[in-house]
Write a protein that binds this ligand. Sequence first.
Ligand code: SF4
Ligand code: SF4
Ligand code: SF4
Ligand code: FES
Length: 954
Amino acid sequence: MSCQHIEDLDRGTPLRESETMITLEIDGELVTVPEGTSIMRAAMEMGTKIPKLCATDSLEPFGSCRMCLVEIEGRRGYPASCTTPVAAGLKVKTQSPKLADLRRGVMELYISDHPLDCLTCAANGNCELQDTAGEVGLREVRYGYEGANHLKSEKDESNPYFSYDPAKCIVCNRCVRACEETQGTFALTIDGRGFASRVAPAGGKDFLDSECVSCGACVEACPTATLIEKSVIKIGQAEHAIETTCAYCGVGCGFKAEMRGNELVRMTPSKNGQANHGHSCVKGRFAWGYATHPDRMTKPMIRKNITDPWQEVSWDEALSYAASEFRRIQAKYGRDSIGGITSSRCTNEETYLVQKLIRAAFGNNNVDTCARVCHSPTGYGLKQTLGESAGTQTFDSVMKADVVIVMGANPTDGHPVFASILKRRLRQGAKLIVIDPRRIDLIDTHHGRAQYHLPLRPGTNVAMLNALAHVIVTEGLVAEDFVTERCDMVSFNKWREFVAMPENSPEAMEVVTGVSAEDIRAAARLYATAGNGAIYYGLGVTEHSQGSTTVMAIANLAMATGNIGREGVGVNPLRGQNNVQGSCDMGSFPHEFPGYRHVSDLATRQLFEDAWGVTLQSEPGLRIPNMFEAALDGSFKGLYCEGEDIAQSDPNTQHVTAALSSMECIVVQDIFLNETAKFAHVFLPGSSFLEKDGTFTNAERRISRVRKVMPPLGGKADWEVTIALAKALGYDMHYNHPSEIMDEIARLTPTFHGVSYDKIDKLGSIQWPCNEHAPEGTPTMHIDEFVRGKGRFMISRYQPTDEKTSKRFPLLLTTGRILSQYNVGAQTRRTENNAWHSEDRMELHPVDAEERGIVDGDWVGVASRAGETVMRAHVTERMQPGIVYTTFHFPESGANVITTDNSDWATNCPEYKVTAVELIKVNQPSEWQKRYREFSEQQAELLAARKARNVQTA
Ligand code: SF4
Ligand code: SF4
Ligand code: SF4
Ligand code: FES
């Protein structure tokens, strides 16, 4: 089967928008297009294809290949149609004997310096040079192939995912432009002049060593096999493609899974993806190998004790063992002695089913999700102030922002495709304010320098926001009309009085935040007066003892300056996992049904009781930290944990593992035997995003389809497993397909009333709320009024955290992510992404390093009040003195052994971002690491014993 249908039609140059329409004549036909459109695109719009090589519709035209020449009546010469804009009344000819000659001549020159290995070339059948040579009718090359050429140029195979073969390069510059315009990294350049010119990665000897972040935009743009995926070289061209959604981060990029039979050949970013418009990052684009990694667990297993070897059993046996254990525990310890954790990596439909199983079949509300440890303060804070707990805008909205505050987020690493959109806007002149203890990459890149970097001390976000608000209120920068019309004046007046107090001034807060009052004043003025002001924030805002207060302070700031309710403004949480927004929407919190309705609300409870045929609890259930506490108290004994690795991701690891060890039945459903599964009694094989149908909801509230491209390796998709477990527990659920689950969600959830698979297929994606009032969804929220009616200002008093530095722990540790690894690393550690980051490192400032005699690469012991671990040091000026930073992607580094169980006052979101620590040079692992290794080896043996027994049985 040809894979032509995999390609989207390339119209040559980007779409232009204009209210002025221009009519011209092309090949005798009239065509009307927006002003600014190229002749090439106008021709393409009417179905006339003009040969091209250097043009593509995702990039600005460059006009270098001279393949797209046309004739224009009354004009001399043969202008390039890609760089010539339309004009009223033009008469254009795209075909003539002279044009055909010219095009053939140009093509002849290209081909004379190109390897003639089309039949064995990996791009055969999917190469624009090959196609264009055919289109222009080139049959022979008059110059022969003996002259000066690049055919013996050396390949660059350094990048693990794509190769660069300069012999095939036609120097069309598409890759260079893609890296600049689409990705915003500027990692490529054209080296040399004239015939000697070749593409070269900047800042290194090869791609891997360069500034390249492996986003794949250049590979996507390359019209030849010069830049090509190694998977295509290995497997061959795809036969068919299926549109789906990335399973990594909350940007929610649309992808085409390109397949040969059931084998994935490559993932290409979809031009139809409404969050990413054809762009991607290294994770979604290339790091999909984990899905078929040999570590995948595909057989259900059980064991009585965690010191017993695993036993492979049938699905029925595993499910009935799990069900009988849960019922035994409930009979002995009470109905509330078990609970479950939903997965933010699974689909909406799967998450909905897990919370339904817990509420309806377990009979309690003991359900929670990983948002507890990331964005639960967003839910609380935005609901209190604006009335809806989700972000207010689309990602594209940032293209209309004049000033952007990025607070406690590192988008180039955590949300790379959004970062590329933001960088594009910054290159157009928007201003940037970064509020972060670290010198993140956005501060200093090719779009210029951030106007203000406010490098505050970890734990002082609220002090910083109050100081910014103080300036706005006391310098007359409040958007009075907006506030009077849209906000609750009683709350506003109280807030105004509060932030105006001298103790909240930048000068008073200087000593707390560590940031100069002058910079804070200037940044506040910029945000309030530059036009559209947008705020994007991440876990550096939420994962604090005052996480919820910080979110409310952000909302206060946006309301006071009128920066809410239209494009280009807003309050935008950058959500972590692919479906963390969805898992919250689907009722994963112990106090809320789907659609954020409290379990104590009688009408809502009755709605679900009628639909599910059970009586439901009216009291909120246990949050994850309460589950651990109850486990240690002996009252919580059973857990169903789907697609979540709490033993690695949650703070104070030793506390978590002690709680897990005290339970009698832990059922883990996952694609790998993760850290939590080492404490499990039942293992149910999970399915990757490639193996099931469903939907994910990204940080923009955008619901997108996930489509099955291969059968589940374990035989069941996750939603089927939950249904089977419910049945084993004596509670029947009937769904033939995830679309039926979505129909039920839509029926029972007002903000989803209008959502269906048919509509998602038709529109591409839908941003909730989608209902009678907004049949096609809601890209921007709070337009005419806030969801709660009047916007409510909340007093945000700064309360220093209890976690203090001391003589014993003089440094502050904050944690975060890196581009190439993801969360607990279960997926990315099983890919070639390790080429960039193969261990967690402790970043510290040279001054702190010198004081302790530490040099880059040394092993350092890290001790906090919670525990000790050892990792390698990375000495860098990104850090300020006194503050250190690490990631938590590798279980053996034990970053969460050090973090404490301090948490947000409102939501229990852990205070990951502030831990007092001391570093010391060491030469052996910590005690915890020794115990961890021993336990992991033991567990590996118990897994191996399972294999041996099967072999014997067989
Ligand atoms: S590598 Fe590809 S995209 Fe870049 S200049 Fe060469 S042919 Fe063009
Ligand atoms: S992979 Fe991305 S960052 Fe690297 S050179 Fe290509 S476009 Fe630039
Ligand atoms: S930005 Fe996020 S959603 Fe997009 S490809 Fe990367 S990991 Fe996937
Ligand atoms: S496509 Fe127009 S000059 Fe290359």
